[in-house]
Ligand binder design. Sequence first.
Ligand code: MG
Length: 256
Amino acid sequence: MVTIKSKREIALMQEACKVVALTYQKLEKEINAGMTTWELDKIAENTMKQLGAIPAQKGYNPGIKGVPQFPASICVSINDEVIHGIPSKHRIIKEGDIVSIDTVALKDGFNGDAARTFVIGKVPKETQRLVDVTKQAFYEGIKYAKPGYRIGDISHAIGEYVHSQGFSVVQEFQGHGIGKEMHEDPGIPNSGKAGRGLRLEPGMTLAVEPMVIQGKSNILELDDGWTIITEDGSLAAHYENTILITEKEPKILTIL
Ligand code: MG
């Protein structure tokens, strides 16, 4: 179901999204080579709790047979891992890694969702370009996140831009509506036909999230039931914000 948020609900969404923004500020300051992904998880969890929120991914059950509950407060996916990586005490971040973090804060009944890819130290130019293109793909998409356009216009803009830069988008996972539920309708694919899909209306809150692969778009799932990796071993990046559709330009809620 697609939900149109009331003024009150939008105010609550803004609060949840602010927690996510502050959590990323903290993570950006702290993330470094030599840390474990477990430590990042604890930083995020503690930050959210201090701000009166709950890490919504912890214990998340997708309701798919055979898929275990997600055990942590962030997804952390390094290099050829695309999304849904599980934090671990044994996984140490290294110089030259790209680290994608995706996290959701639940506060007063509403969710805020964002993802960032952090570059650790020096990386090749082409790696930095992947990270930059992924972020820019979000901005290309939300040029169409306003009344008068449809979901397909966002998808089309993301896909066209990423492909024009020589990279691939993940087909199997997509952005989504968000509110009381972490995942609400509509789905927002990262490629598609312009002029198709749901018409955008003020009061919709959407998580737009390009997942971009340097090589081919094919992905695999690891035996942990969560981690998604690129099939060809090439690098992947992720960038996401929760946005609000208004009468005019969209408002990005997970950036302060
Ligand atoms: Mg997310």
